[in-house]
Write a protein that binds this ligand. Sequence first.
Ligand SMILES: Nc1ncnc2c1ncn2[C@@H]1O[C@H](COP(=O)(O)OP(=O)(O)OP(=O)(O)O)[C@@H](O)[C@H]1O
Ligand SMILES: [Mg+2]
Length: 361
Amino acid sequence: MQIKKLFLQNFRNYETETFEFTDGLNVLFGKNAQGKTNCAEAVFYLCTGTSLRIRHDKQLIKVGAETATLTADAKNRYGNVSVSASITETKREIRINGSKIAKNADLMGHINSVFFSPGELRLIQDGPDERRRFMNVSISQTSPTYYTALLRYNKILDQRNALLKNPDISLVLDTLPVWDEQLCKYASVIVKKRTEFLQKLAPYAEELHAYLSDNAETLRLAPDKRYEGTEEEIAELLQKRLANHYEKDLRLGFTTVGPHRDDISVAIGGMDAKAYASQGQQRTVALSLKLAEVQIFKEISGEYPVLILDDVMSELDLRRRKKLLEKIQGVQTLLTCTHAERVLYGADCNKIRIENGRIKE
Ligand SMILES: Nc1ncnc2c1ncn2[C@@H]1O[C@H](COP(=O)(O)OP(=O)(O)OP(=O)(O)O)[C@@H](O)[C@H]1O
Ligand SMILES: [Mg+2]
């Protein structure tokens, strides 16, 4: 998978600009606050229809402008594909090869990307939300079925939670089983896909972590809850679990079991990474997870995703930087940094200097 061209108009601090990328390492460099992350964000947005740092799409529109337009010309295993987005204050439209898509799920899989920035330390340091987000974003890109199941699950979950707050207890108890059947139908899709995802991810991440840490540490990844069997069996199991928690759910006013409460346990040398690992160790774990994600995309779809490394080099020591550069051979990478020379050690790359929302020749 490769993005050949990226066109931006009134996107963040860009007025109009066209980027041309090579299939290897592309380095976006320049001083702080010039538009490097903005460019990386545009690529991620065209892959997933979302950005990790916005609440509203309108934040992406250049201040003072009405419409932001972004287009990526890319190549995937099926051929050339053009993905574009047009964002106004009130709506956005995404087109694939010129045809408007009806729902965000239709965007998934055209261009896949893995995004890594220092903020991804949250993956280790924060609560389960962040690790679920990681799985959701990653799995959705290769499985529209997962993405759709997730949207429906969340919707039914909201309705179930609203019902739990209803003071008419007998009505609630009568209605819950009906909601639960629907909820478990989608929950089982989510759980099954996550289980498969983690089974694939763990060995890659563990191996990458050993490589990046010179075999000094062992990483172990595992789901915090085990589910076995077919989707139907998982649905049945979850429905029983929900029924066992009626009393608690009613007391608390929300649903206390289900995939919206699941987590990944991350341990280094047998100790919980969040509680015991140093910042540097946590950073290496986060990087291992992200590089493992790159491998999984390759395993599932047959081709590497586009890897976006936003501002990560400055946080790694020299050995790890070099090891990282070795591991991304063959993967189209967009890397942002302030000083290209200091991080690249003469690696073959396409350097793009960015100044005040423009490419500087
Ligand atoms: N909607 C917007 N309209 C206009 N300018 C914006 C908008 N959103 C962000 N900016 C500006 O874009 C500038 C560049 O942001 P960006 O995050 O890309 O910087 P950067 O080059 O990655 O810098 P750093 O090295 O500090 O990470 C910021 O100064 C910000 O104020
Ligand atoms: Mg930045």
